[in-house]
Write a protein that binds this ligand. Structure first.
Ligand SMILES: *[C@@H]1O[C@H](CO)[C@@H](O)[C@H](O)[C@H]1NC(C)=O
Ligand SMILES: *[C@@H]1O[C@H](CO)[C@@H](O)[C@H](O)[C@H]1NC(C)=O
Ligand SMILES: *[C@@H]1O[C@H](CO)[C@@H](O)[C@H](O)[C@H]1NC(C)=O
Length: 501
């Protein structure tokens, strides 16, 4: 019997057709209960679909005589079912009070046959058995849906701030013995030893950190082999950046101490937070400015001119309601101290000492002559001097060393900050235009003095000519010298002679 007899085949088709079209109510008796799981706080769709074939066929008969009524079974067997939502023939929707704003069916439900009930957001008390009755002109059909709700509870409640102890717990509406609870963070199983531990299925985080943010999924295993899971998206309000940042600033420059939250307060449903900066001096905490309310994320402290005395510990405290989070940071000031204060004379030995108020040990120093001509560059300098030490030695300062010297402090991840020193040179040969001028003046004065001396000697000689010469040789010498002088000068000297000699 390879082939089905044609008559029998036709009969089966007809029966199927009849079941769908003429007697839709028969589906009601045999409809099985569908199970839907939802997480409290998210949305759930309780499905109830009429097959498109059935819709088309019933439409042909009486298109506008369809209505749907969603009811919920009472918690105990003897409780009456109560109305959840009704869509009348006209399309008018009616919802019962307890779930009113949270339940809906598609507006086009009567046309496309999708009578699914949407609940948004789901609450743990919504768990239970729901039933939809779709009434056609020619019969009725029902859908039964069991809604299970998994609840993830967080204690203390949101917003979670860093360093706070947390407890995440999972619970479901399923009535069977719970065998085990497993936890996953961003998809990875969480070992419930060490940082996290589990008690009665709840996960404990002793100190929440911003790294603990993300999706947490619990998996509940029941004695009847049912496995239910739910996900909670955890946000931890903390600070961006490293835990104990160090800010490097050059003495004399401005410094910005960062304080940035990991989330915008509004992302956690917080309108405003209060920020307060203070400075740790010894054991004391001294308020730096008055507290500021803000809805922003960033609360930097700006120091306009930093000196070595400003270096130290600062604290940014952000208050979120009754909770406060704090971030301590260190301001390290970079200073360049020359061995010779003020301008340096050429040829002298100069030491430039680059110092850091708060060294951590991993810093390296690098010297650079910023104003050197690029061609006869760093290479030449680098070979003769150690540019990688906190102290730069210039054994003989020369003209080409003038200008700005930069000491940059570098950490493993690159430059941390830099300070500059401006080298100025003084000295006869170097300060050229005034040097030439003073040299001429000196020469002129020497000449004038020499001439005056010569004139005095001459005058003495003239006086002695009246008497017999005591030293003829000297007279001859003077007489020989005099004619070499210019006549003009001699005239001048005769006038001066009376005053000077
Ligand atoms: C039926 O409607 C619900 C919303 O009410 C929607 O989520 C679902 O995807 C729809 N199903 C189909 C098959 O269109
Ligand atoms: C878990 O949920 C059920 C009902 O949904 C409730 O009766 C029970 O007290 C809950 N347990 C915990 C630990 O929250
Ligand atoms: C900041 O807000 C708190 C309450 O959130 C309020 O008590 C305080 O007066 C506000 N301070 C300023 C400076 O606005």
């Amino acid at each position: 019997m390879r082939q089905m007899p044609p008559v029998l085949f036709l009969t089966l088709t007809l029966l199927d057709f009849n079941a769908g079209h003429i007697l839709p109510g028969t589906a009601e008796g045999g409809s099985r209960v569908q199970q839907v799981w939802a997480t409290a706080g998210s949305s759930a769709v309780l499905p109830c679909l009429l097959s498109p074939g059935k819709i088309r066929r019933s439409w042909k008969q009486l298109p506008d005589k369809t209505s749907v009524l969603w009811k919920r079974r009472g918690k105990s067997a003897h409780q009456e079912p109560h109305l959840v939502l009704e869509v009348g023939y006209s399309g008018l929707q009616k919802t019962a009070l307890p779930m009113r704003p949270r339940v809906s069916v598609q507006a086009s439900a009567l046309r496309n046959g999708n009578f699914s009930l949407r609940i948004d957001p789901v609450r743990s008390e919504d768990a239970g058995l729901y039933e939809a009755r779709v009434a056609h002109s020619v019969g009725a059909q029902s859908c039964q849906v069991e809604l299970g709700v998994v609840t993830v509870t967080l204690s203390p409640s949101s917003p979670v701030v860093e360093n706070e102890p947390l407890l995440l717990s999972c619970n479901s509406s399923h009535r069977a013995g719970l065998l085990a609870t497993r936890w996953f963070h961003d998809g990875h199983p969480v070992p419930t030893s060490g940082t996290f531990f589990s008690s009665h299925g709840a996960l404990s985080i002793p100190r929440a950190a911003t790294g603990d943010a993300g999706s947490w999924r619990c998996e509940l295993r029941y004695a009847d082999h049912l496995v239910v899971s739910a996900t909670y998206n955890l946000q931890v309000l903390g600070f961006d950046g490293p835990a104990s940042p160090v800010v490097y600033a050059a003495a004399g420059s401005a410094a910005d101490l960062p304080c940035t939250l990991s989330y915008l307060p509004s992302a956690l449903g917080i309108k405003a937070v209060t920020a307060q900066w203070s400075r740790l001096t010894g054991e004391h905490l001294q308020d730096w400015d008055s507290p500021q309310n803000s809805s922003g994320r960033s609360f930097p402290l700006r120091l306009h001119t930093v000196g070595p005395g400003d270096a130290g510990q600062y604290r940014c405290a952000i208050s979120v309601g009754s909770k406060t989070i704090k971030r301590d940071l260190t301001l390290a000031v970079i200073t360049v101290t020359p061995s010779i204060p003020g301008p340096v004379s050429e040829g002298s030995r100069l030491l430039l000492i680059c110092s850091l108020t708060h060294p951590w040990g991993h810093e390296r120093f690098q010297w650079k002559h910023l104003d050197s001509a690029p061609t006869r560059s760093k290479l030449a300098v680098a070979t003769s001097r150690n540019l990688e030490s906190p102290t730069l030695e210039i054994p003989q300062v020369s003209g080409k060393d003038t200008g700005r010297w930069e000491c940059s402090v570098r950490g493993p991840a690159g430059s941390l900050g830099a300070a500059e020193y401006r080298l100025q040179i003084t000295g006869a040969q170097v300060s050229s235009p005034p040097a030439i001028f003073s040299g001429q003046v000196t020469f002129g004065l020497t000449l004038v003095l020499f001439l005056l001396l010569a004139v005095c000697v001459l005058a003495l000689a003239l006086q002695k000519r009246a008497r017999p010469p005591a030293f003829p040789a000297l007279e001859g010498m003077v007489a020989l010298t005099v004619p070499k002088k210019k006549e003009m000068e001699e005239n001048q000297k005769e006038k001066i002679q009376q005053d000077e000699c």
